[in-house]
Structure formats: C-alpha cells, structure tokens
Design a protein around this ligand. Structure first.
Ligand code: CA
Length: 415
C-alpha cells in the first residue's frame, strides 16, 4: 500500500496504522481525526463530503464530537469499516487523493493541531500483570521470600483507579503532597512526595456497555476492545508504601496518569500478535484462552531534565506481559461487573528481565540504592521537579510499522 501523503519509513503513522484521536484545528474547531505521517485528517469534514456514505450503521456524523465515545460505541463492524475506508481513501490514485480541493480543506500539519483527550473515560482499572515487575516490587517491599503473593499466578491482580485525573500527553502536573513515613521514623510526616515515579504501561479501551451480571469471556474480549494507548501511571512511592496495606493503592496513585492521544486499533496491531508466556500452574477455566494474545510492541522511556537532552532510561516490550488483555477483561467481568464505553484498562508496569528493561524508577534505581546517571552529569533516584518523562512505542514486522507516537508529561513543583 502506498499513500498520496508521503511520510518517512520510520513514521509510527504509516498507512497500515490509521489511529483515531480528537484534535483542535486552527485553535477553534474540534473534531475526531486520524493521522498519516505528519498530517492529520479531519474526519467530520470527510463525512460531510460523503466519503463514508456507503458505510452501513454510520447514519450520523459521530466525528463532529469532542470525544471518540460515540464512534467507538458503534462497534467493530462500523469502526473497522471506517478504518478500511480511510485506508482506501489515503492510497495513491484514490477518489480523495485526486480531489485537491478537499485534500486542502481536510488535512492539517500535525504541528498546527492540538491533540485532546481522545475519549471520555467513565472508569479506569489498573492491573499488575508483568511478572518481572511484580517480582521486583515484591522483593523491595516484602523481601525475596514473599516477592510474589500466593494469588499472583492464579488471577490478574488489579485495582480500581481514578478516571478524573487521567490527562492527555503534554499536560503538566504538580508534584503530589501527602503523608509518608520515612524509614526509621516513629511517626508519619506530611509534605511534597520525595519518591515520584513513572510507570511504563499500555491501556486498552472498551467499545461497549455490558449489563450488570453479564461477563465477557476470553473469546469475546477482543471484540469488546477498540484499541490501545501508551499509559504513564505516575506514582508516589513514599506515599504508596505507607498507605497501601490493607486496601492497596490510593493517594500514591490517583493524582495523575497520562495517555497518548492516538488510539491504535486492535486491527492495526493484528500482524504483531505472538504467543503468550506459558502459565504455570494452569489457570482456572474462565481464564483459559486461544490464539496469540500477546503483542510485540517495543517500548522506550526517556527522561529529559529541564534544560538537558533526552536520556533513554528503559527499553521494554509489551510482549513480556504474563496476563493478556483477554484474561484481564474476562477476570474483571467474571463477577458480573459491567463495563462502559471508553473505560480504560491499564496493563500495570511493563518490565522485562534485564535491568535496562525495568519500567519504573523504583526498579531502575532499585528503590534509590543505585541511582541512574544522565548525560548532563546529574543522577536520579526518582523524578525531580521540572523533569519530563517521554514514552514511545511501536511495532514493526516485514517492513510494516505501526506505532503510538508518544506520551509526554512534565512534573511541576508541588503547588
Ligand atoms: Ca500502575
């Protein structure tokens, strides 16, 4: 496939991708959009010009909206048909490519648009599905003997996160304040968190409402997942370690999470499916699944000090996940919990076996005992004020590249 829009072979947004997002065009007009190379295509206008007329089930201009929710809710038959139609329209010699006037009206340079939150998120759940991450954290918080708790290999451990503080890439946030108990201290203290961290994660977005009492099985899960984003689950380790027993994460986690603005569909990620790790002991029947349910997505994390350059501090891969998305969704709903359109389910920190693949500062600096060294000569145990964390992710196979772009966030001093 070749497009009439030219782009670099390293672009995450090849004609094989066709992600969905929401943008402000010319600082005044908001619409759902897609991206190819460095060009953003306004889908609301494309709809108005009749390019989607043949698509059944797309009776209204759902792209004339501030979120993707209405579009996503139409379900896979419609959203897939739209994606394939866009792919067709973007090819050389297409009806759109030859219509110079429409091309001029509907395409915007990426630098000239501002990306918004792609979805309204009713609910957010965070899993803990990387065995390397869970083992590392367990070792630091509870010691080698109790690193993995007895339930870990029997169910995808998770907790309900906070949807209100999820922000789109490029949104800065304030260092959280809270209660901490420094090692050796007799009583807790209050103040700005001193162990601010990132968590390298990916999140999937659900495309349906389900009824209370109903469950989504592993074989139904892929149909209920619209697509994925990069997810930085910012964490305050000192607040977390003091508060988390017995009910789990709370203020150490709910102050901010950042997502990438482009939702990459599961269909675009199809070519990158691979076998999952062997699960031993065998899981209960409702967690069994068929087919290749892991995805080979290369992930990187960069730390950029206020006036310094980007430092590559982690290279991981989504394929390391012990529990896959179908198991996460099946487990989440097995008790009859309903899901809603736009819900985000995050993977949990994605760490690999090697030290440079650890997906958090907590692991990279081993809870501050082994600081990492930056190009400007400074070192970091955790994230300092005015540091920016940038996460990037892409999949590549047989000359086809599909990527997520980036999720960027900067930490401002406590308010
Ligand atoms: Ca997390």
């Amino acid at each position: 496939m070749k497009s009439f829009i030219s782009y670099s072979e390293n672009s995450d947004f090849s004609i094989h991708n066709i992600p969905f997002g929401v943008a402000i065009f010319n600082q005044e007009y908001i619409a759902c959009c897609t991206r190819i190379g460095d060009m953003v295509l306004d889908l609301a206008t494309i709809y108005d010009y009749g390019f989607f007329d043949e698509i059944e089930g797309l009776e209204e201009n759902v792209f004339e909206a501030y979120t993707l929710n209405e579009f996503i809710e139409l379900g896979k038959p419609v959203t897939n048909a739209v994606r394939l139609k866009i792919q067709e329209l973007l090819q050389e010699d297409s009806k759109l490519g030859q219509d110079k006037k429409t091309v001029e009206q509907c395409f915007y340079k990426f630098d000239h648009v501002q990306m918004m939150m792609p979805v309204h998120i009713p609910n957010y759940t965070d899993f803990y599905s990387s065995i390397e991450h869970a083992t590392n954290v367990g070792k630091m918080f509870r010691g080698e003997e109790n690193a993995l708790l007895p339930n870990w290999k029997h169910l995808p451990v998770g907790y309900h996160g906070r949807a209100s503080s999820i922000v789109v890439s490029g949104t800065d946030f304030y260092r959280p304040k809270g209660q901490m108990k420094p090692p050796g201290a007799e009583s807790p203290v209050f103040g700005p968190c001193k162990q601010l961290d990132f968590e390298l994660e990916m999140g999937f977005i659900v495309n349906k409402h389900s009824e209370m009492g109903d469950s989504i099985s592993t074989s139904e899960a892929n149909d209920a997942i619209f697509g994925m984003v990069l997810f930085n689950d910012w964490s305050a380790r000192d607040i977390q370690s003091w508060e988390y027993v017995p009910l789990g994460p709370f203020l150490g986690k709910n102050f901010c999470s950042s997502i990438s603005p482009w939702v990459v569909t599961l269909e675009a990620l199809e070519p990158f499916r691979i076998e999952s790790p062997i699960q031993e002991p065998e899981v209960l029947n409702y967690l069994k699944f068929e087919g290749k349910q892991n995805l080979d997505i290369k992930l990187q994390v960069y730390l950029k000090p206020e006036s310094g350059e980007e430092n590559l501090i982690c290279q991981s891969n989504y394929k390391f996940m012990y529990w896959n998305m179908t198991q996460q969704l099946a487990h989440h709903t097995v008790n009859g919990c309903n899901v809603e359109v736009g819900d985000i389910y995050a993977s949990g920190t994605i760490s690999g076996k090697d030290k440079d693949s650890f997906g958090s500062m907590l692991e990279l600096s081993w809870r501050g005992t082994e600081p990492i060294h930056l190009a400007d000569g400074s070192e970091r145990k955790f994230i300092e004020d005015n540091d920016t964390i940038i996460m990037r992710g892409h999949a590549e196979k047989d000359g086809i590249r599909v990527g997520f772009g980036e999720v960027v966030g900067k930490v401002l001093p406590a308010k």
